[in-house]
Design a protein around this ligand. Sequence first.
Ligand SMILES: [Zn+2]
Length: 141
Amino acid sequence: MHRHPDFADVDLSSFGFGALGGAGAEEHHKADARLDNQRQGVWYSVHCDNCGQTQGILVSWDEFVYGANRLVPPGWVHEPAIGGMHPNAGCNQCRAVLLVAFTPDECQRQIKAGVMANHIQEAQVAAMSQALAQRAQPQFR
Ligand SMILES: [Zn+2]
């Protein structure tokens, strides 16, 4: 399997659509991730497998905290086949579901990065995790 060390700089169209399919959405469907300027979360640049358009999806810190606690955020879809979950977001252009999938580990990593960048406070994450633990069972093993 071909992997590029810095996927953000790769012109996905040069691979041909679908060439990267089936090899783990975590690496292949997210071309780029950056912290939101308003500190709301992380923007992902997502490439639509169906029509080829690239568009942004904002994942909020709340959603990452759900994920890191092995819970599916409200409005998200759990995909057991890939061991992850994804926002129920459609392509702006063709309406196909954008398969940008997140694992609990990745959510945890993003939260750490957010705390390091001072975009979210560790205390907020801890408080929310505790609240979630009291009202829901983990949905991932
Ligand atoms: Zn599309």
